[in-house]
Write a protein that binds this ligand. Structure first.
Ligand code: SF4
Ligand code: SF4
Length: 68
């Protein structure tokens, strides 16, 4: 099982990562970050495989670490 570390205050809510994740692990948060956006968050019920696709597509490098 994989895991990612998100810096939610860097996220600009483009949701490219949500669309790109093959396992639909990611979703929109319901609380704003310091920039005033609703960032991506991890849906803990889903299974991350640590493929790092989300980190590669993020234009703001908000996904800082991926563990496999
Ligand atoms: S791709 Fe990056 S900036 Fe866009 S929603 Fe995901 S974490 Fe946020
Ligand atoms: S590492 Fe892969 S499986 Fe995990 S959240 Fe990112 S895109 Fe989804």
């Amino acid at each position: 099982m994989g895991r990612i570390e998100l810096n939610r205050d860097r996220c600009k809510a483009c949701y490219l990562c949500i669309d790109a994740c093959p396992n639909k692990v990611l979703e929109k948060d319901t609380e704003v970050n310091v920039l005033g956006y609703y960032p991506m968050k991890v849906n803990q019920e889903k299974t991350c495989v640590g493929c790092a696709i989300c980190a590669r597509v993020c234009p703001d490098m908000a996904i800082e670490k991926v563990y496999r």
